[in-house]
Design a protein around this ligand. Sequence first.
Ligand code: ARG
Length: 647
Amino acid sequence: IDAHSTYHQLRYHVNKILEPLTTSISNNNNNSNEITNNNNTSGYQPLFTGVTVPKIKADYSISNTFQLSRQLGGDNKKIVEQMRQLIQKDIDENRDGMSLIKDVSVEKNFVNVSLSQDYLEQSLAVWLKGEAPLYELTKQHKQSLQLPLEPKEVLVDFASPNMSKELHVGHLRSLALGESVCRILEYRNHRVERVSHAGDFGTPMGMVISYALENKAEFLRHIWDKQSGLSSMPFIPTPKQLSTIYSDAKKLTKTDSEFSKRAHLAAAELQKGPPTTTSGDNNNGGSDPDIYRAWLDLMDINVKERGESWYREMLEPAIEELRSLNMVSESEGAVCVFLEDQKTPVIIKKSDGAYLYATTDIAAIKNRLVTNKKQWVIIITDDSQKQHFQQVFTIAQLAGWYRPDTEHRVDHLSFGVVRGENGLKLSSREGDPLALEELLQEAIQRAKDATITSRSLTRAEKLDQTHTAQQLDGADRVEDRFELDQYNTWEHYRKIGLGAIKYFDLSQRSNSYTFSFDRMLSFKGNTSIYILYCYTRISTLMKRAQFDINAIDLNTFKFKEFSEKERKLVLMISKFPDVIRATESTLRPAVLCDYLWDISDCFHHFYESERVIGSDTMVQKLLIAHVIQNIINTGFHLLGLETVDRL
Ligand code: ARG
C-alpha cells in the first residue's frame, strides 16, 4: 500500500476492521471479484475494495455494501449495521492512538466514514516537512510520497509535427498533453523517454521538395548557385515560406497528375537514404543528391528528435519478419497485411517500392518494445489516427512483439479538433489553419489586457462573489502598493497567457472543444486564471501577515481542532496523492485540473468567510494556505504551467 494515499490507507484499514465479517466468505468462496482472499501472494490482500469518495456528506463511503451482503447471503440493512458497529468499535478502541477514522455513520446503503484530525494533520505535515524552495519539494515528494510500486520504462511519442507544414493549434494539443503526461509519469518515478515522431519522410515531404526544386525556391539557392558555379550558404525557410510552398504544392498535386507522380517519386527517393551510402542488404542506390540536399535543408528548421526517417533501416527487416511469420501477402504489387474483421488491408509497401506511414510505425513499435525494451508506450495524436494505431498494435501483437498481458502497456492518447467560435475548425482571418505562433502572440497580448483590466476591479467583482470578511479591504490596499512595474513584463504575461491556453486545453473533458480567449482568461470558472488568482491571493496574504514559515518549529507546533472550513481545505490536501495516481492511470491531466480548480474554489470560499490575520488560529491557517500554494505550484508544474505572484 501507498502510505500517503488516503484511499489505499482507508481500504487497507477498513478491510482489516471488517475481517470478522469477511473471513467467513473468503473461506468458502475464493473466486469472487470484489471480495477475494488470495493466498498465493505474500502480503496483504484487500478483501473489501468498495471505499469511494461520495457525493454525499461524508469524507469517504463504503459503497458496494450490496456485494458484501450478497456474499454473506444476508440482509443489507443488517450487514451495513454490522459494518458500522465494527468500525465504531475500532474507533473506540483506538481512542488514544493515531486512528484514521473519526466517525462512522450509515446513510442508505452506504457506510460513511470521516477522517480523524490526526490523519489530516499528518497529510499536511508531509508537505510542511519537505519545506524548501517549491521545486525541491516536488523532488522530495517523488521519493517520499509518490513512489509507484514498479517504476516503468516508458516512451512517450508526442509533438510529432509534419516537417513540411507550419505548426498549428493541433500541435499545441499534442505538445501540452504530451509534456504534462511525461511530467506526471516522471513525478511517479517512471523513466520516461520523449520522442517526436516527426513526419520527415512521407509524401508531403516529397511534394514540398519537388515543388521547391522545380520552382527554384529561394531557400535552395545554394543548389542553383552551385549549378552556376557560384556558392552560397543554404538558408533556412521561415515556417510561413514553408507552409506556402506546402499549400501550393498540394494544390498542384490535385491538378497536375505528372507533378503528383514526381512528388511520390521524390518521397521514394528520400527513403533510399543518403546518396553516397548504399545499404548492403536491400541494395539501396541512395537518393538523388539534390532531393536529399533539399531535404536536409528543410530539416534544419526544426528540432529533430526522432523522425520517421530514423527507422529507415528497420523498415525492410520488419517487413521480412512479418513475411516469415506468414502475415503478409502481395496484392497488385503491393505488400499488405490482412487483418481479421477488416475489409481493407494495411499496405506496408507500395508497388513503386515506397514505404508508408504504417510501415514506419510497425518498425517503430518493434524497435520500442523489443529492441529498446520499453514497458509502456504512449502515442499522442489527433483522433483521426485511431484506426491506424489499432492496426499497428494488432500487427505488433500478432507478431509477438507486443505482449499486453505480461509485459507491455501501449496507449494511443488522442484528441479532437479545436473549433473557432464560429463552430468551424480554428483558422486565421484569411481562413488558413491558424498558425501557432500567431495564436500564442495573441494570447500574451490578451493576458496583458485581461490582467490590467482586472487590477481595477475589486476582488468581489473578479469572482462575482459577495463576502463580508473585513480583511479584504486591507488586502486590497496592500496589493495596490505592489510594485506593478516588475510584473508588467512580456515574460510575466507570457506565463499567464500561454498557461491559460494550455490549461484550457488540458482541462477539457471532451475531445474537441471551442477555443475562446474570453473563457480561458476569465477569473471565473475552471481556468488557470482562477487558480492563479488563488495563488496570488495567498502570496499577498503571506506578505501582509509577514509570515515566515522557517520561524515556526513544526516539530512542536500544535494544531487546534480544525474549523469546518479549515477541515475542508485539509481534506482536499489529503487527496493530492490519490489525484496524482488517478491522473497517471487515466493519463488525463484534466483529473488534476479539476482538483486544482476544486481546491482553489475551497480556498476562495474559506478566504472570503474566515478571518485569517489576527484570528486565534492564524498560524495554522497560514500553514494550510502555504501548503495549498505548494500544491498549486506542483500541480502547475505537472501541467507544464508556471505560477506568478501577481496577476
Ligand atoms: N507526424 C504525424 C502527424 O502529424 C504524427 C506522428 C505520430 N506518431 C507516430 N508514431 N505515428 O500526423
